[in-house]
Write a protein that binds this ligand. Structure first.
Ligand code: 5GP
Ligand code: MN
Length: 320
């Protein structure tokens, strides 16, 4: 992976950066942003870390996560440059309509977009965390323990902790270096996967009980009523769509979560070569081959129907 020289000179030249990542952030968004801001701190830069949504509880073990703000401070003036991480549009970061002196995009999603004066988009990279690792090396900054924990968590979450198709020798070599720099795989896995509240577990049980199988597609959902009943929030559904995919004959898992009246967030997960990013972008969303998403304004039944129609069309295209 080659870091664009233009990006390196931009980082060296500018003094103040707003680092923003996508709404509903997970460990790759948060961890890669934190590691990048730590590296820029080393270069004597001023960084502000922004996410429209709060850092999810599951990421509260990440060093320096409290540096994230959900309000763009007044101190952000036109002399701040923007770095968008793990996403490639202002809309996805929830900051549409704002303008910046200069902008750089660092991302690994395959859905192409126009935004950014500098675009460094590497769909082959397993995580944005991998790209930040290369970037920090290229800047000749030593990886600290805090950076290592953030980057390891970022890479772990996006590779299903080194199980998905994006896991390569490169991913594992990087993980090994991060362990040498102080990241503990057991501790990070424990924090990511074994710290659920009972409420969250109750919600998963409810979600799994909604399952419906249509050929090789499984649909599950969570309503606002279920959130209320269990005392949980949308962030608690992270990883829910991965569960139905564990069945041998399931190729695609579709998970709907209700954010507002007739407003649903849809998560898609697939196995092997079936590309759900294509379907998600058909609904104005995006993502990766095996993990993608979009939002839809309609009732659940119509949303399911149009999704299934989209899936069937895509499957037919794949067969042709
Ligand atoms: P999740 O289903 O966990 O929310 O997201 C799965 C993948 O698809 C992530 O890489 C995420 O960034 C991407 N993704 C999810 N929802 C959207 C969306 O509405 N728009 C775009 N562009 N990407 C999305
Ligand atoms: Mn990512």
């Amino acid at each position: 992976v080659i870091v664009p020289p233009k990006l390196l000179s931009f980082l060296k030249k500018e003094k103040k950066f707003l680092i923003a990542t996508h709404i509903s952030p997970e460990a790759d968004a948060i961890g890669s942003s934190l590691a990048l801001s730590m590296a820029l701190d080393f270069l004597g830069k001023i960084t502000v870390l922004y996410d429209k949504h709060p850092v999810p509880k599951v990421c509260h073990f990440l060093p320096a996560h409290e540096k994230f703000t959900n309000i763009i401070p007044h101190s952000i003036t036109s002399d701040f440059a923007l770095i968008l991480l793990d996403c490639n549009t202002l809309k996805r970061a929830g900051i549409e309509g704002r303008s910046f002196k200069y902008s750089a995009v660092i991302d690994h999603h395959e859905t192409k977009e126009d935004f950014g004066d500098i675009k460094w988009v590497v769909p082959e990279a397993a995580a944005t965390g991998m790209m930040i690792f290369y970037l920090i090396k290229e800047l000749e900054i030593a990886i600290t323990r805090d950076m290592a924990i953030n980057l390891y968590a970022a890479i772990a979450i996006d590779t299903g902790t080194f199980r998905y198709g994006n896991t390569t020798a490169e991913t594992l070599k990087t993980a090994a270096e991060l362990i040498e720099a102080g990241a503990s795989p057991a501790c990070i896995s424990h924090n990511l996967y074994e710290t659920w509240s009972k409420e969250r577990f109750d919600l998963l049980v409810m979600a799994l009980n909604t399952y419906e199988m249509i050929d090789d597609v499984v649909i599950t959902f969570v309503t606002r009523e279920m959130f209320l009943k269990t005392g949980t929030a949308p962030e608690d559904t992270e990883n829910f769509p991965a569960f139905p995919r564990i069945m041998q004959n399931v190729n695609t898992s579709v998970f709907f979560r209700e954010l507002d009246d007739n407003y649903w967030k849809v998560s898609l997960r697939s196995k092997g070569d079936f590309n759900v990013a294509v379907i998600a972008s058909h609904f104005n969303g995006g993502g990766h081959k095996n993990a993608a998403g979009y939002e839809v304004r309609s009732d659940l039944e119509s949303a399911k129907k149009s999704l299934l129609k989209g899936l069937i069309t895509c499957q037919q295209h794949e067969r042709e």
